[in-house]
Design a protein around this ligand. Structure first.
Ligand code: AVJ
Length: 329
């Protein structure tokens, strides 16, 4: 089984020549020389950052991961039916594909499962996931190692297909970035294809803020870790003790605004960028937004992107949603 399965695994690597972090220097320079400083959330996820995020998903306050899993467990067969019994699951940001198996199982049960295409920025994890899934399910696995925002393109696997973006990742996208991403997804979809999207839902401030300010301080450590990434990758000299984590619900933009606040007036040097960045005492730098959605709003967002909301599932507590979209008419 293993030998046969290995032959069914193809991995295309389309990373830029400098690897996954090649755009980092330019991004950081642009983000830290603006009046309101910003870092991109993608740089959180080095090895330690990924570990810390795993721990976040197990925190009592952080409900999204559990809620999304509950939806998949409750509704996977309905999702597969509503998606027209797709032959191929393409998963953006697949990582270790922990929740994916629920969908693959439902596709196998429906008798439609032919192929899986994990798309992720980490070559190591994508190879590992691809081999495991191919062996477990005996299906074709065509992995794509790329930045799915830059390199989103059709994978040569037979349809009908469902393209999935789970975990609430889309919440990290700024409105413009989200609109252009969804437009590209719409352009990729054939008439029988579907897009399956995980979105956290708008709810009371208390629940939202608790999810991003956990009592154990794991989210704070996760947020501060991005400074360690900059120290290592760009020769910066951030003192992690000179910043504190903040996260607050912005009820106009409908996002949790996640920042690092400078505890003192200080200057940070970036050896490899020939850059000095001054911070005032109390100055805040945005490191992430985590947008929350409601059904109607998401329907409008889809519509503007040339997509149509086809179906919607939530967990028993209405905390999180999975929605299915198809090309608009
Ligand atoms: C992985 C983007 C879905 O926004 O909830 C968790 C990241 N940041 N706690 C989210 C995150 C702080 C997470 N996503």
């Amino acid at each position: 089984m293993k030998g046969a399965a290995t032959q069914q695994v193809t991995i295309d690597v389309r990373l830029p020549p400098g690897g996954p972090l090649s755009g980092m220097a330019a991004d950081v320079r642009a983000g830290l020389t603006k009046p309101f400083k910003e870092l991109k959330p993608r740089y959180f996820y080095d090895e330690r950052g990924s570990e810390l995020f795993e721990r976040i998903t197990e925190l009592p306050e952080y409900y999204p991961t559990r809620a999304e899993r509950a939806i998949l467990e409750r509704s996977a067969s309905e999702i597969v039916a509503a998606a027209g019994e797709p032959a191929t699951l393409i998963e953006l940001g697949s990582g270790s594909a922990a929740k994916t198996r629920v969908l693959l199982d439902a596709m196998a049960d429906a008798g439609c499962l032919e192929a899986y295409a994990p798309v992720d920025i980490s070559e190591e994890i994508t190879r590992e996931t691809a081999d495991k899934i191919a062996a477990e399910y005996g299906i074709t696995v065509h992995g794509l190692v790329c930045d799915f925002e830059l390199d989103l393109e059709s994978i040569p696997l037979s349809g009908p297909r469902v393209i999935a973006l789970l975990g609430g990742t889309i919440g990290n996208f700024e409105p413009q970035q989200r609109a252009s991403f969804l437009r590209r997804v719409a352009n990729l979809l054939g008439p029988e294809d579907h897009f399956l999207l995980g979105t956290d839902l708008v709810k009371d401030r208390e629940t939202l803020e608790a999810a991003y300010n956990d009592a154990a301080g794991v989210t704070a450590a996760f947020n501060l870790n991005v400074l360690a990434v900059l120290n290592r990758e760009l020769g910066a000299d951030f003192d992690l003790d000179a910043f504190e984590h903040t996260a607050s619900w912005d009820d106009e933009n409908l996002w949790v605004d996640i920042r690092l606040r400078s505890l003192a007036r200080q200057i940070v040097n970036f050896k490899q960028l020939d850059l000095q960045v001054p911070f005032d005492a109390g100055e805040e730098m945005r490191t992430e937004i985590s947008t929350k959605f409601a059904r109607e709003g998401l329907g409008g967002i889809y519509h503007e992107a040339g997509l149509e909301l086809a179906a919607w599932w939530t967990d028993p507590e209405d905390l999180f949603a999975l929605s299915l979209a198809r090309p608009g008419v």
